[in-house]
Design a protein around this ligand. Structure first.
Ligand SMILES: *[C@@H]1O[C@H](CO)[C@@H](O)[C@H](O)[C@H]1NC(C)=O
Ligand SMILES: *[C@@H]1O[C@H](CO)[C@@H](O)[C@H](O)[C@H]1NC(C)=O
Ligand SMILES: *[C@@H]1O[C@H](CO)[C@@H](O)[C@H](O)[C@H]1NC(C)=O
Length: 389
């Protein structure tokens, strides 16, 4: 019998801080046509704000009329039935304001905050498509986690409590903790990824830990993006956006902080909702993810995911420490669950899981199966110090 270190786990969502450094990156060279195209996209994405909020960490948020937000510029969403909250709110009823102590003000009623997009964001976003093939990943991306395949079951969502850490990441690497859902084939892969990341390439050299979402309907070739860098993700929360920094991260041999991330399909509403703890952030309309369809997704991945730099060196993943059964040493995913067709969250079963460890030299993954502790349930530890594989 394994013994598990008892760790007090506080669920605290405290978004914020970390002053980012904003310099216009003039080093990219793009053609005149590309430049005009970027201006066109920027005009579409940055709508006239009702109000502008300058966050304490440097990002600018524009409060946009809910119905005019960039998501609805997606050509497939012209007749989309808009919705401002899920029909059935999740049970729980935690007071949002006690969980999210954000320094972003609330947007006025009827408007939602959208992080203002700059040209540099779009230039870099183009090269930041996430690949998601843990089984045959590009040599520049490594994974350490578990895969679950449906095999006759309908998977209508995925959830887990993910511990929050701050891995050390160079300006040209990224490190994420993600839940990713996938359906389709090859160039037709539809995907949604959610979780936290340190991704200076995405966030203007900012090495803060931030939440993120990502989607694509063609395996990252042409469609999709992170957060609201392209039309698609519909923001419904007047305060909490998918890209906010997290102020509090876990401490080695100290307190572990965890957040529960959940993505699920509401078939009657035709929306894939994104929820952190009990707070609904927004949704992806099913129109833009045709392969997810009414039959749900085919595969779910829970775990770490990183990209190397030009020297072939990978960043820290998770806490930067290898799994050792101590939850204040290595990073973890607990309560690993999926939604079935009736909307019940079910624990994954061991015999349908595949372990993924992209490079044993620099990362580890240990799947502990179902732990009796109700706070843990199905649990893995993953991550490591990184380096050259
Ligand atoms: C990516 O999209 C372009 C333009 O639609 C297409 O020509 C190309 O074949 C696609 N590549 C892959 C790998 O799907
Ligand atoms: C990020 O840092 C690199 C290296 O210091 C620098 O060349 C680049 O201009 C910076 N980019 C931004 C957006 O600040
Ligand atoms: C979903 O799970 C619940 C609880 O185990 C079960 O009662 C229900 O029948 C399941 N729904 C489907 C469609 O399998």
């Amino acid at each position: 019998m394994r013994t598990y270190t008892f760790v007090l786990v506080f669920v605290v969502m405290v978004f914020i801080l970390n002053l980012a450094n904003y310099e216009v990156d003039g080093t990219q060279s793009i053609s005149k046509e590309e430049d005009l195209e970027l201006d066109r996209q920027l005009n579409l994405l940055n709508k006239p704000p009702i109000k502008t909020i300058h966050s304490s960490w440097g990002d600018i948020y524009d409060c946009i009329d809910f119905y005019k937000q960039p998501a609805f510029d997606h050509p497939l969403l012209i007749n989309h039935k808009v919705q401002m909250k899920p029909n059935s709110e999740l049970k729980g009823g935690r007071d949002e304001t006690s969980i999210f102590r954000t320094h972003v003000e609330k947007c006025p009623q009827g408007t939602v905050p959208i992080r203002r997009t700059r040209k540099e964001d779009l230039i870099r976003a183009k090269y930041l498509a996430l690949s998601t093939e843990p089984m045959s990943a590009s040599p520049h991306e490594k994974f350490a986690g578990i895969l679950y395949k449906n095999e006759g079951e309908t998977l209508f969502g995925a959830s887990a409590k993910i511990s929050i850490w701050k891995p050390t990441v160079d300006l040209d690497q990224y490190s994420l903790a993600e839940i990713s859902l996938r359906s389709g084939w090859d160039s037709q892969y539809n995907r949604i990824h959610v979780g936290w990341t340190v991704n200076p390439l995405l966030y203007n050299n900012d090495t803060a830990v931030r939440n993120f979402v990502y989607w694509t309907s063609d395996n990252g070739n042409q469609t999709g993006c992170f957060n609201t860098l392209c039309p698609g993700f519909v923001q419904v929360n007047p305060e909490i956006t998918p890209d906010l920094p997290l102020r509090i991260t876990s401490i080695y041999e100290g307190i572990v902080y965890e957040l529960k991330y959940h993505v699920y399909l509401s078939p009657s509403e035709k929306k894939w909702w994104f929820v952190i703890e009990d707070t609904t952030i927004g949704y992806w309309p099913t129109e833009i993810l045709p392969r997810f369809g009414d039959t749900g997704v085919e595969r779910i991945y829970w775990g770490g995911h990183s990209m190397d730099n030009e020297m072939g060196s990978f960043p820290e993943m998770g806490s930067g420490h290898l799994p050792d059964e101590k939850f204040n040493h290595a990073a973890s995913f607990s309560q690993i669950q999926y939604d079935n067709a009736s909307g019940n969250l079910l624990d994954v079963s061991d015999n349908k899981l595949t372990d993924i460890i992209g490079c044993k030299k620099i990362y580890g993954m240990d799947s502990y199966g179902y732990l009796e502790d109700q706070d843990r349930r199905h649990t893995i530890q993953y991550g490591g110090p990184g380096g050259v594989c």
